[in-house]
Design a protein around this ligand. Sequence first.
Ligand code: ZN
Length: 320
Amino acid sequence: MNSSINTVTGTISPEQLGRTLMHEHVFVEYGGPSAEVLKPGRRHDEIVSICTDYLEQIRAFGVETLVDPTTVDLGRNVALLVELAGKTGFNIICATGIYSTATYERMRERLGGSPEAIAELFIKELTEGIADTGVKAGIIKVVTGAPMIDEEEHELLLAAAKASVATGAAIITHTEGILGDEQQLILTSAGVPAQRIVIGHSCLSRNFDYHMRILKSGSYLAFDRFGMTGMPDEVRAASMQKLIDAGRAAQIMVSHDSVWYWVGGPKIGSGAYKNWVPTNFFERVIPMLQYGGTTDDQIETMLRENPRRFFSGEKPRPVV
Ligand SMILES: [Zn+2]
């Protein structure tokens, strides 16, 4: 079992993770970071200052680790992540993976046309480093849309499974609130242990049976869009509370999927995006959960113990 975790500034042990937010984006730019944001100057300083400020804000709530599953085609900016981690001492875990099937098809073509080459690329980014940065990815990100998993998405899931089996790396997924159980089946059938998979954006579903199906098969669920528009946090919290009441706190992780600096995208923290900030879980959601009966211990389990178990590859704590 590979229990040392790649952060952008080196490896750490699962015990060093501390409280962890499982899915936040420091920086997003479709297609990759442009020269304009990479070159030193006012724009770059502004990005660093905004992101440092959010890291300090979540540190005040005891968070020590951030998983940033931004893929190359969403603008993964390794140099920025290294700079922020160095400046703040935060553990930042970045991802290999591909977001859109258009990118997948383009990259597969460029690498010779076979999905095998994509798996090799993921393995290289996990074991040798991303391009020539020397920075290793710490997790694999996969994506499926709706209403079904198409051929390219299926291929990509298998490439991710191959990379996970070869390296022991964990997998974090994007869903539209459906098909998480199918993702789980495809990945586990390809040899990935269920406990190495976290099914993302599970708060988009209010279907208790769907959630329980995934949990009973041994993976984790991420309620990772607290504060995002489209669904009130009260609804997400209520679905989560049902699972906690069913004894499943040991398989739930939380986050916001917030984007701190989004080139061409919305600015968080005001208007419709007022609550879509990485402190929202602590400021607004914990009180909702406490009102519903969630204990401090269960909150600590979701923030600290589950990420530790997930990254160490241990099975979730059994339901008692
Ligand atoms: Zn995301």
